[in-house]
Design a protein around this ligand. Structure first.
Ligand code: NAP
Ligand code: ZN
Ligand code: ZN
Length: 349
C-alpha cells in the first residue's frame, strides 16, 4: 500500500482538512501516479456539500488530475516510469457492456467507478479523488499527456475540457456556426476556447458585467449581460447551439429564445434543484433540449490531443492545499478566473 497525503471533507458542513489514506500497490494492469496538479471543479463542491444526494465521507474530491508515472504493473505496455499522464472523472467500468464497448464508459450499464464518491468494482472499496499526492488507476483509464506543455493548465481539461469538447464536437461546431456559452466559469471559459478553436463564432451569456473584457480575450465575439432581460432582445433566433454551464438554478426561457429553428440547448451544469421548462419555448421553433456528461476515454484522449495541437489550455490560479476552502467560496461566488488548480506537493505535511 502507498501512504498518501490528501485533503478531505468529513461532513457536508465541514471545511476540507488534511487527511491520510492508502492507495493500492499496482496490480498487473495498474499505473501508480505521483500527482502534480489537480483542478477544482464545481462538482467537487456540490459533492463535498452533499448537494447531489448522499456523499460518502470522508470525501476526497478532485477529478482533474495530472502527474507522472511512478510505477506500472507487469502487464502494462502503454506507460512507463516518468510518463506524463492524466486521470479524469472515472477510473474503471465493466468494460463489457454496450456503453463500454462503444467507448462511453461514463454511461457503463453495470458500474462506472467514478474517481471520487464511488466504490471500486469490488462494490465496497471507496474511491478517493485527486486532492492527494498519489493515485493508482487501471491503465485503460489513464490518459496520455504530451511533454513540453504547461502541465498545470492541462489539469482542468480532464473534466472542464472534455465536458465542453464532447457536445461541441458531437453537434457539429465549426466555422460558420454560432455557439452560445452560458456562465463564464471553469467549464464556460473552456467552452469558449474550444468552440473558437473549432472555428465557431461565440456569444457569452454571463451574470458578471466585469467578465466582458475576459470573454472577448478568450475568443467570444459577443457578450450578453443576463441580469437585464432587455439585453436578450437583439439576440433572438441567432444561435445554432448553446452550452449551458450554470451551476445554479436559472430560467431557460430567455436562452431558448436565442436559438435558431431546431437549435439545441445542451445542459452540462447541474443545478441542485430541477428546472422548469415552458413547453411553448421548445415547440415554437422546434427547439431541442439535451444533456451531456463528460466523455469516454477515447474522446478524452482525442480532446487532449486537439487542445495540445491548438494550444488550448485553461486559464488558472495555482493555489496550495491550504487555499482550497477559500477557493471554494470564491468559486461559488462566480469569482474564479477561471479555474483553481492545486499544486499537489502542498498536500505533504
Ligand atoms: P464554475 O466555475 O463555478 O462556473 C459556473 C458559472 O455559472 C459561474 O462562473 C457563473 O458565471 C455562473 N453562475 C453561477 N451562479 C449563477 C447563478 N446563480 N445564476 C446564473 N449564473 C450563475 O463551475 P464549473 O466547474 O464550470 O461547473 C459548472 C457546472 O457544471 C456545475 O454544476 C458542475 O457540477 C457541472 N459539471 C457538469 C459536468 C458534466 O459532465 N455534465 C462536468 C463538470 C461539471 P457568470 O459569472 O459568467 O454568470
Ligand atoms: Zn468536474
Ligand atoms: Zn460497462
Amino acid at each position: 500500500m502507498i501512504k498518501t497525503n490528501a485533503y478531505a471533507a468529513l461532513s457536508a458542513t465541514s471545511a476540507l482538512q488534511p487527511f491520510e489514506l492508502e492507495r493500492r500497490s499496482p496490480r498487473s494492469d495498474d499505473v501508480l501516479i505521483e500527482i502534480a496538479y489537480c483542478g477544482i471543479c464545481h462538482s467537487d463542491i456540490h459533492t463535498a456539500r452533499g448537494e447531489w444526494g448522499p456523499t460518502l465521507y470522508p470525501f476526497v474530491p478532485g477529478h482533474e488530475i495530472v502527474g507522472r508515472v511512478l510505477a506500472v504493473g507487469k502487464k502494462v505496455k502503454r506507460f512507463k516510469m516518468g510518463d506524463l499522464v492524466g486521470v479524469g472523472c472515472f477510473v474503471d467500468s465493466c468494460g463489457k457492456c454496450p456503453s463500454c464497448k462503444s467507448h462511453e464508459e461514463q454511461f457503463c450499464l453495470d458500474h462506472t467507478v467514478f474517481t471520487y464518491n464511488s466504490v471500486e468494482l469490488d462494490g465496497k472499496t471507496p474511491t478517493y479523488g485527486g486532492y492527494s499526492t498519489h493515485i493508482t488507476v487501471r491503465d485503460k483509464y489513464v490518459l496520455k499527456i504530451k511533454k513540453g506543455l504547461p502541465l498545470e493548465r492541462i489539469a482542468p481539461l480532464l473534466c472542464a475540457g472534455i465536458t465542453t469538447y464532447s457536445p461541441l464536437k458531437r453537434y457539429g461546431t465549426k466555422k460558420g456556426k454560432k455557439v452560445g456559452v452560458i456562465g463564464l466559469g471553469g467549464l464556460g471559459h473552456m467552452a469558449v476556447k474550444i468552440a473558437r478553436a473549432m472555428g465557431a463564432e461565440v456569444t457569452v451569456f454571463s451574470t458578471s458585467a466585469e467578465k466582458e473584457p475576459d470573454a472577448k480575450k478568450l475568443g467570444a465575439k459577443k457578450f450578453v449581460l443576463t441580469t437585464n432581460p432587455e439585453n436578450f432582445s437583439s439576440h433572438r433566433g441567432k444561435l445554432d447551439l448553446i452550452i449551458d454551464t450554470v451551476s445554479a438554478n436559472h430560467d431557460l426561457s430567455p436562452y431558448l429564445g436565442t436559438l435558431k429553428i431546431a437549435g439545441l440547448h445542451v445542459l452540462v451544469g447541474v443545478p441542485p434543484k430541477p428546472s422548469e421548462v415552458e413547453a411553448m419555448d421548445l415547440i415554437y421553433g422546434r427547439k431541442h433540449l439535451a444533456g451531456s456528461l463528460i466523455g469516454g476515454i477515447k474522446e478524452t484522449q482525442e480532446m487532449l490531443d486537439f487542445c495540445a495541437r491548438k494550444k488550448v489550455f485553461a486559464d488558472i490560479e495555482l493555489i496550495s492545499a491550504t487555499g482550497i476552502n477559500e477557493a471554494y467560496e470564491r468559486t461559488i461566488k462566480g469569482q474564479v478566473k477561471y479555474r483553481f488548480v492545486i499544486d499537489a506537493k502542498t498536500f505533504l505535511p
